[in-house]
Design a protein around this ligand. Structure first.
Ligand code: MF3
Ligand code: CO
Length: 257
């Protein structure tokens, strides 16, 4: 089922999205060698609760924490731990979602820890740009896989691979609504985008090949070839004027993360 949200519902989703954006923006400033992933998780959880929001990941299919923290060759769904800290040269993906007044927001970004090498700088930039290319396809009348194709083309043109096993999704009063949004595929397929639809677009990009596997903790997805991976995500509404990024301030300009 395709759900189109009213202006009022979108305003509520933007409030949820702003809690996600605010938490990730603060988390980004906390990143330095030695910070443990549990400190980041606890900060995110407190940040949401202080604003009347519920961390959406905690308890989702049994996920134990509020934040996902995925380091280097970890692709997504890394579980924060007091035993795990980041070090200079690492890349860290942070994925966070909340429910506020019955509506959800979901976003992610990958950040450098101190100085990272040029190949990793490029991975982060290309993955963020792939999200931007996807967002640029958001307008009424385009089709769902126009987003997928734009993401894939940008990634592969730059010599990286898109992960197939995890996809973007429609979002609203559930974190994952019915539509799945792959980060690969031919343009021109799937439902037509309509005013009021809301999608979480979330490219996951590997330096090496696309294959991933899940560790024995049942959550952490890692690359099979051991190469490093990045993840950027925003929750985006379709408006008659194009995309409205709900996990970001309304007047923001420049790169999406
Ligand atoms: N942002 C992710 C998604 O859209 C993370 C949710 S997985 C969870 O699927 F289990 F941690 F909640
Ligand atoms: Co998501």
């Amino acid at each position: 089922m395709i759900i189109c949200r009213s202006q009022e519902e979108l305003e509520t989703m933007h409030r949820a999205g702003m809690v996600v954006w605010g938490a990730l923006t603060e988390l980004r400033k906390m990143i330095r060698p030695g910070v443990t992933t549990i400190e980041l998780d606890e900060f995110a959880e407190g940040y949401a609760k202080e604003r009347g929001a519920r961390p959406a990941f905690k308890g989702y299919h049994g996920y134990p924490r509020s934040l996902c923290t995925s380091i280097n060759n970890e692709v997504v769904h890394g579980i924060p731990s007091a035993k795990r800290s980041v070090k200079e040269g690492d890349i860290l993906s942070m994925d966070f979602g909340v429910e506020l007044d019955s509506y959800f927001g979901d976003a992610a970004l990958t950040v450098p820890v101190g100085k990272i090498d040029p190949a990793h700088e490029r991975l982060l930039r290309v993955t963020r740009e792939a999200l931007e290319r996807g967002i640029d396809m958001i307008r009424p009348g385009n089709r769902l896989t126009d987003i997928s194709a734009a993401v894939q083309q940008h990634v592969e043109k730059n010599g990286f691979s898109v992960v197939r096993e995890f996809v973007g999704h429609s979002i609203g009063t559930k974190m994952h609504e019915d539509l799945q949004l792959p980060n690969y595929g031919e343009p021109g397929h799937g439902p037509k985008l309509q005013k009021g639809m809301v999608l979480a677009i979330e490219p996951m990009v590997n330096i090496g090949n696309a294959e991933v596997r899940v560790l024995d903790d049942q959550w952490t997805a890692v690359t099979c070839d051991g190469s490093d991976s990045a993840h950027f995500e925003h929750t985006v509404a379709v408006t008659e004027n194009g995309p409205w990024i709900l996990t970001r301030p309304r007047d923001a300009a420049g790169p999406v993360w």
